[in-house]
Each structure stands twice: as C-alpha cells, then as structure tokens.
Ligand binder design. Structure first.
Ligand SMILES: Nc1ccn([C@@H]2O[C@H](COP(=O)(O)OP(=O)(O)OP(=O)(O)O)[C@@H](O)[C@H]2O)c(=O)n1
Ligand SMILES: C[C@](O)(CO)[C@H](O)COP(=O)(O)O
Length: 238
C-alpha cells in the first residue's frame, strides 16, 4: 500500500511565504551526554548547526527561521554561533517543558506572519535532505498539512499483558520531521490544550485536518542515543 504523495516537488512559490521552526528545546536525557545533544559535535560541528544549514539553503526559500532552545541554554548557543562563525539569519526563542510547549513558543514568535507555510523540524535531525523538506512544503501547499514518513523495515508486534500480536507493517509508517502546515491551521491546532497523546505535530493537527504523508528518508534519523551519532557521522562522510 502506498499512502505517500507522489507529487513532484515544485519550486518555491513566491506567493506562499515559507517559515521554519527548529525545535531544539530538549535536554537529551536518552543521550546521557554532558550537554544537550543538539550541541554535541557531529563531524566537528554542532548538530544544530547542520540542521540550521539544511533549512537555510536558498533554493528552499525559507523567509524566517525560528530556533527554539532550552530557556537556560540561549547563551550556550550564542557562544557556539561566535565560535563557529555562524552567520545564518535565525531568531532564538526559549522553549517549554515538552516538545509541544516548545513548538507553541516557536509559533508565537511567528505571529507577525498572517499566512504562509510553516515547517516544524527536530533540531536533532541534521541529515534531512532538501528534497524531503521541499516535498513537505509542496504537499502542505496543496493539502494544508503534510509530514515525512518511512515504512518500517522490521517486523512489528503489539504487546499486551496477554503476549504479543503481529501487525501488518505495510499499513504502518514511522513519522519523521519536517511536518509542515498552513500557519493558520497550526495556530488553531496549538490553541487547544496539550494531550499526552501528542508525540508530534501531526497528532496535534489530526482532529482538524487530514495529514498528507510524503516520503521521508531513512537517513533522516533523529539523534537520540549514542549510536545515532556514530551512524550520522558515517552518513555525513559518504
Ligand atoms: N521540551 C522540549 C523537548 C524536546 N524538544 C525537541 O524536540 C525534538 C525531539 O525530541 P527528543 O529527541 O525527545 O529530544 P530530547 O527531549 O532532548 O531527548 P530526551 O527525550 O532523550 O530527553 C528535539 O529536537 C528536542 O530538542 C523541544 O524542543 N522541547
Ligand atoms: C517528532 C518526532 O521526531 C516524530 O518521529 C518524534 O515523535 C519525537 O519523539 P521524541 O520522543 O520526542 O524524541
């Protein structure tokens, strides 16, 4: 079953402004490092710098990039910007206690933009390709809501107190970011109270709009545990 949009990515439309929220407000507990994983070095540069660069590619035409950081780490990032001579225009916002709260803060920083498309992307997915980003903007322009996803490569089981049950993996997708939306739709979704079931932006929008899935990329991994850094270094070296 192919639930992906096969629509060819269009080039950026000048009529629809594009924005991005890079959420990097987490603490990286599963990484267990001495600092949040978005600041760890990947091939000699901070993870978040790699991610920022991907969204700053001129061909994407992103007009405003908001980077959300832990409230107590704004100085850390500013020091890294000086150390690595980062001159990519972006705005900094203090995040919240959950990813949902951090996205909400990022959206508030875009309040001056009444219309356009906003891509929400994990700051710790530094290998996202321009093609995948472009696919989500293009699909959101048509469907209002779009998210990158890939098919599971392993067999999947649902576990319960009775044991486990095999699942039909052809009907399952692993969600990635970017997840991209008409900005007004995302604002309406994030105006609702937070639920424990919100694990990504698609789950926040689901009750308001069908989210179009577009093909993601297995290389678009989320740096979560130490081995992810090793894999990302290897992929960057290819
Ligand atoms: N309060 C939070 C929590 C998470 N994130 C961001 O959401 C993305 C996905 O979250 P995750 O991988 O879970 O990051 P952490 O919360 O930092 O990791 P952990 O759950 O291991 O603590 C990351 O870019 C993270 O920085 C955020 O902006 N604000
Ligand atoms: C948003 C996300 O990356 C989509 O796969 C994911 O849900 C984040 O999960 P985490 O537990 O906050 O890392």
């Amino acid at each position: 079953m192919n639930t992906y949009s096969n629509q060819a990515p269009k080039s950026p439309s000048p009529q629809v402004p594009r924005f991005a929220i890079l959420v990097a407000g987490g603490s990286g507990t599963r990484m267990g490092a001495d600092r949040p994983k978005q600041f760890l070095l990947l091939c000699g540069e901070p993870v978040l710098l790699h991610t920022l660069r991907r969204f700053a590619e001129p061909a994407l035409g992103v007009a405003d990039i908001v980077v959300v950081l832990p409230a107590d780490q704004l100085d850390t990032w500013q020091a890294l910007c000086a150390q690595f001579s980062i001159d990519i225009p972006h705005r900094l916002v203090a995040g919240g206690a959950t990813r949902w709260a951090s996205v909400k803060e990022g959206l508030a920083a875009l309040q001056g933009h009444p219309e356009g498309l906003v891509a929400v992307h994990d700051g710790v997915r530094p290998l996202v390709s321009r093609l995948v980003v472009e696919r989500t903007y293009a699909a959101a322009a048509t469907h209002a809501a779009a998210a990158a996803a890939v098919m599971p490569k392993d067999s999947v089981r649902l576990v319960s107190q009775h044991g486990s049950a095999a699942q039909n993996r052809s009907r399952l997708r692993l969600m990635q970011t970017p997840q991209t939306f008409e900005i007004d739709l995302l604002r309406r979704a994030y105006a609702m109270p937070e639920l424990a079931t919100f694990t990504d932006d698609a789950t926040v929008v689901d009750d308001l709009c069908r989210v179009q899935l577009v093909e993601g990329d297995y290389r678009n991994l989320k740096i979560t545990t130490p081995e992810d850094l090793l894999i990302a270094e290897a992929l960057l070296g290819l």
